[in-house]
Design a protein around this ligand. Structure first.
Ligand code: HEC
Ligand code: HEC
Length: 346
């Protein structure tokens, strides 16, 4: 056995060095390598253009935690994306809060498994991960800065010029490399080590009878949209939250009436940590979410046909179904991820 001390030292310190002792071969060797979990689909992000390196990841991490990206030096990406909640916002911010405490219009989603996402935001308004930070930097209710100013501030900063040189072999900081670095950091936020994952990959974990019942009920009643190992089919749907819309969702991107009130089906990984729920943070608990699916829906013409049945709107759920589904959803929490020192601020 590798001793715990050596094991943790290896986790924290190794880059390219292999950690082992006589009896056991290797433990995590290169923590900066992007790996696809066995039970996941192939990533969508094109790593050929922007392979993850230690220097690029460290630069992305420094930028993510640095308020230099904001107009007045008061806010960073980390203001709204916090590791303890799987890089979603803290529950004290149902809607995101930017510089000057300006209120956003939506709940900040978790940033896990971004490399596997085809589109970003609740309405799919950004189609490539590299472009997401431009929105975050320039939105007046987020960092309220221009990308030109950010690049100028980074160029004027010796620490950053050195870090960009190490990461990308460039003498002058540019926007594309700033975005590449941020993507390297977010791409590494792969969360695939929940109790459910260990069960599904046959790594010795098992689920309780209640959790298994929840998994079966979930697959039957929720799996049409929250499908696959990321628990989303990445489609845009109306799940009956409202009958009038200040935020029209997918319609803001496509301008189609048939998209009014549709929002992206969210991934449910780490969902127990990411309250409140829905794009507008409507529900505080998973119990409230299930009550909504059972009997809280309201009609608007784009409501998903899955929810329209003879008994009215929604998905029929007994109280026992709800308890089982929640027990199952709790197995999607990846405690290793939220405690992973790799993502700690330096
Ligand atoms: C003021 C709060 C705030 C700040 C600061 C912020 N974000 Fe976000 N982030 C959000 C919100 C809210 C959304 C969802 C936006 C939407 O759906 O319109 C989001 C979405 C995202 C997404 C897409 C997630 C998904 O599931 O589609 C990524 C990636 C992301 N942010 C990364 C970043 C990075 C990198 C930074 C720093 C450059 C940053 N964010 C700064 C609030 C914030
Ligand atoms: C017809 C598609 C569909 C079905 C079926 C469905 N959902 Fe959803 N779900 C969605 C959409 C779309 C959203 C986001 C809606 C929004 O924010 O406006 C969502 C949001 C959620 C959220 C909030 C997640 C977050 O991060 O805010 C949870 C939890 C959830 N669903 C659980 C379930 C459960 C449990 C079931 C089965 C009882 C289920 N869903 C069935 C489409 C569906």
């Amino acid at each position: 056995m590798t001793s715990p001390v050596v094991y943790w030292a290896c986790l924290v310190l190794t880059v390219f060095v292999s950690c082992s002792d006589e009896d056991e071969p290797t433990l995590p060797v290169n923590r900066y390598e992007f790996r696809v979990p066995e039970n996941f689909p192939q990533p969508i992000y094109t790593f050929d253009n922007n392979p993850v390196t230690k220097a690029g990841f460290d630069l992305g991490k420094a930028l993510f935690y640095d308020p230099i990206l904001s107009r007045d030096g008061s806010a960073s990406c980390n203001n709204c994306h916090i590791q303890a909640t799987a890089f979603a916002d803290s529950p004290v911010h149902p809607l995101s809060v930017g510089v000057d405490n300006r209120l956003g219009i939506r709940n900040a989603p978790p940033l896990t498994n971004m490399a596997f996402f085809p589109e970003f935001f609740w309405d799919g308004g950004v189609t490539h991960l590299d472009f997401v930070p431009i929105n975050a930097i320039e939105a007046d209710f987020e960092l309220d800065e221009t990308v030109e100013n950010v690049v100028a501030k980074l160029n004027a900063n010796k620490k950053y010029r050195d870090m960009f040189r190490d990461a990308f072999d460039i003498e002058e900081v540019t926007l594309p490399y700033t975005l590449y670095a941020l993507s390297q950091f977010t791409n590494m936020m792969v969360s695939a080590n929940s109790k459910y994952d260990r069960y599904i990959r046959n790594e010795g974990g098992s689920l309780t009878a209640l959790e298994l019942e929840g998994l079966a009920t979930f697959s039957e009643k929720c799996g049409a949209c929250h499908s696959g190992e990321l628990f989303t089919d990445f489609s845009y749907r109306n799940n009956g939250l409202d009958s009038t819309f200040a935020d029209t969702g997918r319609n803001r991107i496509t301008a189609l009436n048939s998209d009014i009130g549709k929002f992206r089906v969210p991934s449910l990984r780490n969902v127990a940590l990411t309250a409140p729920y829905m794009h507008n943070a409507r529900f505080k608990t998973l119990e409230e979410v299930l009550d909504h699916y059972d009997n809280g829906m309201v009609y608007y013409e784009t409501i998903d046909e899955t929810f329209v049945n003879q008994n009215g709107l929604g998905i029929d759920l007994e109280e026992t179904d709800k308890a089982a589904i929640i027990a199952f959803l709790n197995t999607l929490t990846d405690f290793d991820f939220v405690q992973d020192t790799l993502f700690f601020r330096n």
